[in-house]
Design a protein around this ligand. Structure first.
Ligand code: NAD
Length: 285
């Protein structure tokens, strides 16, 4: 089975559009997301454009603040301070990566946790670790869980989940979410020994490595659910092609279900960003 992330994201956006309408009718609140982009990185520009477009499509307010590469950290902090105090802004997202002269962790820490719709603030990651209510959960990991459930149903308890990757953006939070879902979780990473053997034990295998077609068919247990987070651009016959961290064609023959790249986790990331913004707006009201 192919787990269709495009469809799942469209379904989620349709649900959110209804919620946005209700928030407006019942509480006179229109959720607002402001995306801040510093510099000219072409991939970031595409991501930001898509975020703004999809936010507006579900009926929310979306603002974009574009700043030149040479913007100082202090100027960026001053902008964040304004947004933190603006009641019409429920979600703030600073597009990463930032230019080198700006310290990412200082910037993330400067967003009030209640508006940190990326879920990267230490308050939100701490709440996730503690299993406390009220955390804004990072978007890509949320998307991974929704997609796994599309195949396995809502109850993931007892499944052995193997996550390859331990980044703060994907690997760690997705492992914590799987733990919250009562999975038995193994986190593998660049220093893991016997990676293939460990992956082969997985009922749910999440690949967040950043290496094209890294996961091979003989690492995957028959019938496993494979969630491929990777987005890698490779050159093929003189053209650029997007591939995941999983050797899709070979693994698809072995596993029970798999997310394609593109069209899997990617579309869910933005849909979950909209979900977090609606959540932040609802709490605000
Ligand atoms: P990262 O570089 O921060 O982390 C990669 C992780 O992979 C590290 O924890 C490292 O330990 C592990 N790793 C590297 N080489 C390994 C090896 N040989 N064996 C085992 N583990 C190894 O990357 P990231 O930000 O977590 O992103 C991972 C991938 O997911 C990238 O392709 C990225 O583009 C993609 N991504 C996609 C989305 C989306 O919306 N679909 C969002 C974020 C990231």
């Amino acid at each position: 089975m192919i787990i269709d992330g495009k469809q799942a994201a469209a379904d989620l956006r349709a649900e959110l559009a209804i919620e946005v309408k209700q928030l407006r009718q019942e509480k006179n609140i229109t959720p607002g997301l402001t995306v801040v982009l510093v510099g000219e990185d072409p991939a970031s520009q595409v991501y930001v454009r898509n975020k703004v477009k999809q936010t507006r499509e579900v009926g929310m307010i979306s603002e974009q603040i574009k700043l030149p590469t040479e913007t100082s950290q202090d100027d960026l902090l001053a902008i964040l301070d304004k947004l933190n105090n603006d009641p019409s802004v429920h979600g703030i997202l600073v597009q990463l990566p930032l230019p080198q002269h700006i310290d990412e962790s200082t910037i993330i820490a400067a967003i009030v946790p209640e508006k940190d719709v990326d879920g990267f603030h230490a308050m939100n990651s701490g709440r996730l670790v503690n299993g406390e209510a009220g955390a804004l959960i990072p978007c890509t990991p949320q998307g991974c869980i929704i997609l796994a459930k599309k195949h396995l149903g809502d109850d993931l308890s007892g499944q052995h989940a193997v996550v390859i990757g331990r980044s703060n953006i994907v690997g760690k939070p997705v492992a914590l979410l799987l733990l919250q879902e009562n999975c038995t979780v193994t986190i593998a990473h660049s220093r893991t020994k016997n990676l293939a053997e460990i992956c082969k034990q997985a009922d749910i295998l999440v690949a967040a490595v950043g290496r094209p077609e890294f996961v091979q068919a003989d690492w995957v247990k028959a019938g496993a659910t494979v969630i491929d987070v990777g987005i890698n651009r490779i050159e093929l016959d003189g053209k650029t092609k997007l591939v995941g961290d999983v050797d899709y064609a070979a693994v698809a023959d072995v596993c029970g279900a798999i997310t394609p790249v593109p069209g899997g986790v990617g579309p869910m990331t933005i849909a979950c960003l909209l979900k977090n913004t609606v959540e932040a707006a609802r709490r605000f009201g």
